[in-house]
Design a protein around this ligand. Sequence first.
Ligand code: 5GP
Length: 177
Amino acid sequence: MDAPPVLLSEAEIAKRVKSLAEQIDQTYADAGSLVLIGVLKGSFIFLADLARNLTIPHRIEFIAVESYGAKESDVADPVRLLMDVRHAIDDEHVLLVEDIVDTGHTLAYLKRLFTAHDPASLRTCSLLHKPERTEQDVALDYLGFTIPDVWVVGYGLDYAERYRTLPYIGELPPEMR
Ligand code: 5GP
């Protein structure tokens, strides 16, 4: 399998993740504890690295969502929850951890969903953001990188379940799909 060209190198990602963890450490220094909620599957490597760079006490939860395709895009909510958190997050400080914000529908849906659980606080973190694709504006509290409108793979992100374990973020050209 050919390797997609590098958009963000392993070193660039590692540096940025460390700096995001430092910011998060500062924000929650007095919070007591933090719940990181990773959105499967794409965020699993980012979440693992982010969590290992944090020094504040935290626990980890995962959720899984499904987005409807273009054909069903006129449904009321284009996102559906497939797997929920194991432990209640009421009164907890919660940080939603996404791999990438594209149209913004997933994060907007998740913010609504978790706000209804009455957490002590709810913030959002995404490794990547494609502002050119925004359909629903969702404020990000922590962002790794802004990228152009290209399909990216690696560091947890896939194309049809391939390329997830590439150590860097690559731009997948149409001929490699
Ligand atoms: P949104 O709801 O913001 O449109 O979509 C977010 C989800 O779309 C991400 O969690 C991810 O699963 C998928 N996605 C969007 N753009 C890309 C991309 O360039 N590469 C990969 N692998 N997934 C993407």
